[in-house]
Design a protein around this ligand. Structure first.
Ligand SMILES: Cc1ncc(COP(=O)(O)O)c(C=O)c1O
Length: 337
């Protein structure tokens, strides 16, 4: 049995012992299966392969000081998977099936849950996809849901530190009435070229503008955007961004800390007025942003080279709740026995 060096795990895939699977056939979900294979055999004409009929989810479980395993807001991910499934005509995964599968896959892979204090967690990844064959553009008759886990290290190896973002008008991630609000693979395929452009130019990711007018801020690669000014947490309202569970949690925490919060359209030019800006999502909780470059209109927006005070408080608070260091007064955490 291989051992994992918990001080040195990154944010990649590490093989674990088991994954769990459930097929949807003849209009109903089958039994939960446990598999030790990393592979899956599907029809070459599966709709997932040809027409991108696929949705996924990602959430984390954390081991606390008390040795208990805490799952963060799994029900929100379950509801979002239902919304994504509905959006591209796949069957919705019942909330109870989602819960049973998540708990099972965690229990089956106990030895891969990183110990407390390493900043690491167990990342839980769901993938739901059309396995049934179709040659015409139609939804499949059969689907498979797989949930696997992989231990992931802290997103910021050298501590919580700011990153830079690129604005480009050369690419859109999602169309105004498209699938941007669903967590479906096609959105991520559509984002690859723009992210490569950002990386090639030394940026951490892309800050997408709204596809219709290029006037408003949408989101930041695989994370939502927020800005802070005048004691107010502001985050874009848009139909083409993924409703982030981290963002939703930060809004609640910000309100709890006495900040005002606004979810509304955020104009690009408002970037000049923010005191702190950041990207938020499951992977990093918060990535503070120190620079946003808009090459096409020649503007560079700069923020501090150190994380801002409010971003830091929000980051620390959310992490403390996730690991059980602080009491969860919001009912966000469920202990997996
Ligand atoms: C496009 C996109 N936006 C935002 C997020 C952040 O969402 P969450 O906080 O639920 O991880 C993610 C990651 O899931 C994402 O892929």
């Amino acid at each position: 049995m291989e051992t994992i060096n918990w001080n040195d795990i990154g944010f990649g895939y590490i093989k674990t012992d088991y994954n769990v699977r459930c097929y949807y056939r003849n209009g109903e979900w089958g039994k939960i299966e446990v598999s030790s294979s990393e592979n899956v055999s599907i029809h070459m004409a599966a709709t997932a392969l040809h027409y991108g009929q696929e949705a996924f989810e990602g959430l984390k479980a954390f081991k606390g000081k008390d040795g208990k395993v805490r799952l963060f807001r799994w029900e929100e991910n379950a509801k979002r998977l239902q919304s994504s499934a509905k959006g591209i005509l796949m069957p919705e995964v019942p909330i109870d099936l989602f819960k049973k599968m998540v708990k099972k896959v965690i229990r089956k892979n106990q030895r891969f849950i990183p110990p407390y204090g390493k900043g690491a967690s167990l990342y839980i990844r769901h993938v739901l996809f059309g396995t049934g064959p179709q040659v015409g553009v139609k939804p499949a008759n059969e689907y498979l849901l797989i949930i696997f886990v992989t231990p992931v290290g802290p997103y910021f190896k050298d501590g919580f530190s700011p990153v830079s973002m690129l604005i480009t008008r050369e690419y859109d991630r999602a169309a105004p009435l498209g699938t941007g609000k669903f967590k479906v693979g096609g959105n991520y395929a559509a984002s690859l070229a723009s992210i490569k452009k950002a990386h090639d130019n030394g940026y951490a990711n892309v800050l997408y503008l709204d596809a219709r007018e290029k006037k408003y801020i949408d989101e930041c690669g695989p994370a939502n955007f927020f800005g802070i000014k005048n004691n107010t947490y502001i985050t874009p309202r848009s139909d083409s961004i993924l409703p982030s569970i981290t963002n939703k949690s930060l809004i609640t925490l910000a309100e709890h800390m006495g900040l005002k919060t606004e979810r509304r359209k955020v104009e690009l030019k408002e970037l000049e007025t923010f005191e702190e800006v950041g990207a938020c999502g499951t992977a990093a909780v918060i990535s503070p942003i120190n620079k946003i470059t808009d090459t096409e209109n020649g503007k560079i927006y700069t923020y501090g080279n150190k994380p801002g005070k409010i971003s830091t408080r929000l980051y620390e608070k959310l992490q403390a709740i996730q690991t059980g260091d602080e009491e969860d007064i919001f009912g966000w955490v469920e202990i997996v026995e």
